[in-house]
Design a protein around this ligand. Structure first.
Ligand SMILES: [Zn+2]
Length: 558
């Protein structure tokens, strides 16, 4: 007699990524794990008096997405600030600020989201009817007794420059005057040509904004409770897209880790989360001490359980020393990033990587166009500390050389990519490649070489269907031109890289990923079957139901 299942999904079209049973109609779940997959005869075989049965009505289901560079905690925080979305004029922005001010107490900060349309804020200011930001005087009239801060967009969302506006109270509280001078390059602190006084306007041309760390020490930071609430909201939003696991490959700062830990401790963490440490050390000497004295918990496979685990460190290649120093001085706050800014010369990078290998801390690093500079470092390390099986993660590969990809395969490292960042949003940099872009985010080459690969959203946006579309269509944002068409992924491969493939990043491939007996019941039910759709249609898919550990964490009627 078969023990009844707690849950049976039936009458579905289920893509499992289990090579022995790739497509099934039904699956049975007990204790959060799949106990059987197969035809609708499972219903009779596994039903008991307490079994819940969900009729998928022919819908397509698959493993939940595993977003392997998610920046998940950001999404919910965006909802905590006054939105300027849809505000097409300075007048409308001022009206919203006046309304928010009327509901606030005198002295309370009024902090908005950036000008422009989320999630990118492209050309936010130039699209306003007046073609400019609100002035200090206008903001003073809208909020005479409250400091007002309109921030520029965070770097990953749009493209520089970012436009900040402050009213008089905000200028005063930040101690800014005609004598103030930014320390970081790329920041223009604008003063009036006639009076010499600050206009409240700051223009920042840095990809990663530094102005809050540099000049705006008084503007509100996200506190622990806000981050906790933000993370709760983020998890709902990511689940609503079918995401059931995240890996935060960019590293998580102490304040981010503590928020995850709090949710986990309260039993509220429904997203399977893999973190790596974003270190706050200031240089090689401190790195050595930290790795030796207190970072042992992140060595090897790290510590954790099926909900939250931490292993390894993120080490940046390059970066601006001054920005990193100012950002560290603002810790525990990390602003929108959630990770600690780092800056290493190539020599320091090499030293820190060697230290990480010595201490069995697996490395996560973002390479962009610099893979060719990083491969020799990995090869040198591998001579002394073999990397095979250590699962070092090379992230965000943009332009690559075939021989470097081959080297990565030989080294046994893992690779994650963010198609949206380099192909769509930043694709203009690769429109004139001599080979047509065949070696930019070269997914097919990576797969042909047998590189272990997973793809991710980077929260730009967090909707995985958008990233799937980019991986399939490879179209640059403005021109729509295709970059390296030969590297386009078919939908089934893209889905595999975005679901089952990510489990290995957290050493979880023995119980998570494919929908097969013994594996986690982490499942997404979609509005349509993507296998029969073209790339453009995939972009418009929706997730109707999401299950994690056999529990429904998102559902809309279908
Ligand atoms: Zn990132």
């Amino acid at each position: 007699m078969t023990e009844p299942a707690e849950l049976i999904l039936h009458n579905g079209d289920i893509l499992t990524f289990d090579p022995t049973r790739p497509r099934v109609q039904a699956l049975a779940v007990r204790g959060g794990r799949i106990v059987a997959t197969g035809g609708d005869d499972l219903v009779a075989a596994f039903s008991g008096p307490a079994t819940r049965r969900i009729d998928l009505q022919g819908r397509f289901a698959m493993p939940g997405f595993n977003d392997t560079h998610a920046h998940m905690e950001r999404e919910g925080l965006k909802q905590q600030r006054l939105s300027l979305a849809g505000a097409g004029s300075v007048a409308e922005i001022l009206r919203r600020i006046a309304t928010a001010t009327a509901a606030a107490s005198p002295g309370d900060w009024i902090v908005t989201m950036p000008v422009g349309e989320p999630p990118y804020y492209f050309d936010g200011v130039t699209k306003l009817a007046e073609g400019r930001m609100p002035t200090r005087e206008e903001l003073d009239r809208a909020a005479p007794e409250n400091p007002v801060y309109i921030p520029g967009h965070f770097g990953n969302w749009g493209v520089p420059p970012g436009h900040t506006a402050l009213n008089s109270r905000a200028i005063a509280l930040n101690g800014l005057s005609r004598h103030s001078c930014p320390r970081c390059r790329g920041i223009d602190f604008i003063c009036d040509e006639v009076t010499g006084e600050p206009t409240g306007a700051i223009v920042e041309r840095n990809g990663r904004p530094a102005v809050e760390f540099d000049m705006l020490r008084a503007v509100p930071r996200f506190g622990f409770e806000e981050r906790l609430e933000g993370l709760r909201r983020s998890i709902e939003l990511y689940h609503a897209c079918g995401t059931t696991s995240v890996y935060e490959g960019h590293g998580s700062a102490p304040e981010t880790i503590s928020v995850y830990r709090a949710l986990w401790e309260r039993g509220e963490l429904t997203m399977r989360t893999g973190l790596c440490v974003s270190p706050s050390w200031s240089g090689v000497g401190e790195a050595q001490r930290a790795m030796r004295d207190w970072l042992a918990y992140a060595r090897g496979k790290g510590l954790g359980d099926p909900w939250l685990s931490i292993s390894g460190v993120h080490v940046a290649y390059g970066g601006d020393k001054l920005v990193a120093e100012l950002a560290r001085a603002d810790l525990p706050n990390t602003g929108w990033s959630g990770f600690v800014e780092q800056a290493y010369t190539p020599e320091e990078f090499r030293e820190v990587c060697f230290l990480a290998a010595e201490h069995d801390l697996r490395l996560n690093t973002i390479v962009g166009d610099h893979l060719h500079e990083i491969v020799p470092v990995l090869q040198a390390i591998n001579e002394r500390h073999p990397l095979a099986g250590k699962r070092w993660v090379i992230q965000h590969i943009a332009r690559a050389r075939l021989e470097d990809l081959k080297a990565l395969k030989a080294l046994g490292v893992m690779v994650t990519t963010i198609p949206t960042y380099f192909l769509w949003k930043g694709g203009h940099a690769y429109l004139n490649e001599p080979d047509g872009g065949d070696l930019v985010v070269p997914h097919r080459h990576m797969l042909d070489l047998g590189l272990p690969l997973a793809i991710a959203t980077d929260n730009i946006p967090y909707d995985p269907f958008f990233t799937l579309w980019v991986a399939m269509a490879r179209q640059e944002r403005v021109t729509g031109r295709q970059i390296g068409p030969g590297q386009a992924l078919d939908v089934e491969t893209a889905l595999r890289l975005f679901t089952a493939a990510g489990a290995a990043l957290t050493f979880d491939e023995g119980w998570k990923g494919p929908l097969m007996p013994g594996f986690a019941a982490d499942i997404a039910v979609l509005s349509r079957n993507p296998l029969s759709l073209d790339a453009g249609e995939v972009r418009g898919l929706e997730c109707l139901m999401t299950l994690v550990d056999g529990r429904i964490v998102h559902a809309q009627p279908f």
